[in-house]
Design a protein around this ligand. Structure first.
Ligand code: FCB
Length: 435
């Protein structure tokens, strides 16, 4: 299978999951707080110590032959309190890192927000408050004006559904709140922050390629019974359409607004005149993060049944996250996104598998190869998919699961912090070279 020339071959990480380095003026984020409170399986204080070891990581990326590396900026390194004084040392870190990437021929794809909200902003209400959007706009301005000359690929927000739902409705991710109204308000403000940042980035970074990374969960009804069909339709609205529709200019899905209103979760005053137009800012690409697909049955229309519990030794066909492996669902979802929304282009901004074996990680290779084939199938069906990012470059801190879930092409020994490329690293290097 060959990919179109100019196809982006990437790997992705995020700041909190790899950097460590709570130093040089960095402020506290909501994930630092979660870590301090012992709510993560392992502390995030050091993670992969990428803050101090980035040169080695950049060298490995050069060897891998990546054409692009997706990283995120820690808002609290740049603006320790979310607003106010800029921390020059924080910006300098990212400038050095980005220059290092460019020197080895790897294009930086920068995500502005990958969940690590400044704690100071959370203390003032966090994403459910509209003022957080103003703070984000300023943060986007600071970063785009400092790095916009050398960074040409930008992602505003990573996975708004996860940040809003797991953070503010289910309370399992930072900041750990459980309130539907707050969750839907957080979601709206995340989208608004995205929409407001797009023109700012375009203004401050000439010829920028700008998009968002939305998580998806393709699903099918468990049976053809009307009850399962209805549950599936609701799940798809809750999990997928709620975010893709407004970004693509369709506003919030009417059926879901109706249900949420009925259930007392939706406050119509949340959406100000003009908000939906801002959220629908034209994009250069629609980023989609894909891992697994599920079946939905009646009564489970707002839960994510994954099939098996996370842990080592999953049955065949599942990863250690407990996620079922369904490459064809990626093809179908890309086709659907293209048919429904006609994006200028589509990029798989995350895809990967958690397996702990190393260095011979044949199951990861099989997973990645099957999903790349799925992308190729979508291209054959006319989808303008022009990039793919493996999650992740290196084993890292998988949020609340800590170091227990390993997604990397590079093994990290969390005692010594030694990096060892796995077999999948060599496989991906050859795959990239083959084009
Ligand atoms: C996604 C996140 C990413 C990583 C993968 C496994 O939801 O964006 O940070 O944790 O899942």
């Amino acid at each position: 299978m060959t990919f179109p020339s100019g196809f982006t071959w990437g790997a992705a990480t995020s700041a909190f999951q790899i950097e460590g380095g709570r130093t040089d003026g960095k402020g506290q984020s909501i994930w630092d707080t979660f870590s301090d409170q012992g709510r993560l399986r392992n502390s995030g204080d050091i993670a992969c110590d990428h803050y101090h070891r980035w040169e080695e990581d950049v060298r490995l990326m050069g060897e891998l032959g990546l054409t692009a590396y997706r990283l995120s900026i820690a808002w609290t390194r740049v603006l320790p309190d979310g607003v106010g004084e800029v921390n020059q040392k924080g910006l300098d870190f990212y400038r050095r890192l980005i220059d290092g990437l460019l020197q080895v021929g790897v294009k930086p794809w920068v995500t502005l927000f990958h969940w690590d909200l400044p704690q100071a902003l959370e203390d003032q209400g966090g994403w459910p408050e509209r003022s957080t959007v103003d703070a984000f706009r300023r943060y986007a301005e600071v970063v785009a004006s400092a790095l916009g000359d050398r960074v040409k690929n930008w992602i505003t927000i990573n996975e708004p559904w996860v940040a809003a739902t797991l953070g503010y409705i289910e309370g399992v991710f930072a900041p750990g709140r459980s309130d539907w109204r707050e969750g839907l308000a957080a979601g709206h403000h995340l989208l608004l922050a995205h929409g407001q940042a797009v023109p700012i980035i375009r203004e401050l970074s000439a010829d920028a390629n700008v998009g968002i990374a939305i998580d998806c969960r393709p699903s099918t009804p468990a049976t053809q019974s009307p009850a399962d069909e209805a549950a599936w339709h609701h799940f798809d609205g809750f999990r997928n359409r709620w975010y893709f529709d407004p970004v693509a200019g369709r506003g919030y899905p009417e059926d879901m607004v109706h249900t949420y209103r009925e259930r007392g979760r939706w406050d119509d005053s949340l959406v100000h005149p003009g908000d939906l137009e801002v959220i629908a800012a034209p994009l250069d690409f629609l980023g989609v993060n894909y891992y697994t697909a599920i079946e939905v049955e009646a009564g489970k229309e707002e839960t994510e049944r994954t099939g098996v519990d996370p842990g080592p030794d999953p049955p065949a066909g599942y990863t250690e996250m407990g996620w079922k492996i369904v490459p064809s669902a990626l093809t179908e979802f890309l086709v659907r996104l293209n048919n429904d929304y006609h994006p200028a282009s589509l990029v798989v901004t995350e895809n990967g598998a958690s397996y702990s074996e190393s260095p011979y990680d044949q199951r990861r290779i099989d997973y990645l190869a099957a999903h790349l084939d799925a992308v190729a199938d979508a291209i054959e069906r006319g989808v303008p998919a022009n990039g793919y990012f493996v999650w992740s470059l290196l084993d890292n801190l998988e949020w609340t699961a800590g170091f227990s879930q390993r997604f990397g092409l590079i093994h990290v020994d969390f005692e010594t912090l030694m990096r060892t490329p796995k077999k999948s690293f060599d496989w991906y290097r050859r795959r990239i070279a083959a084009g």
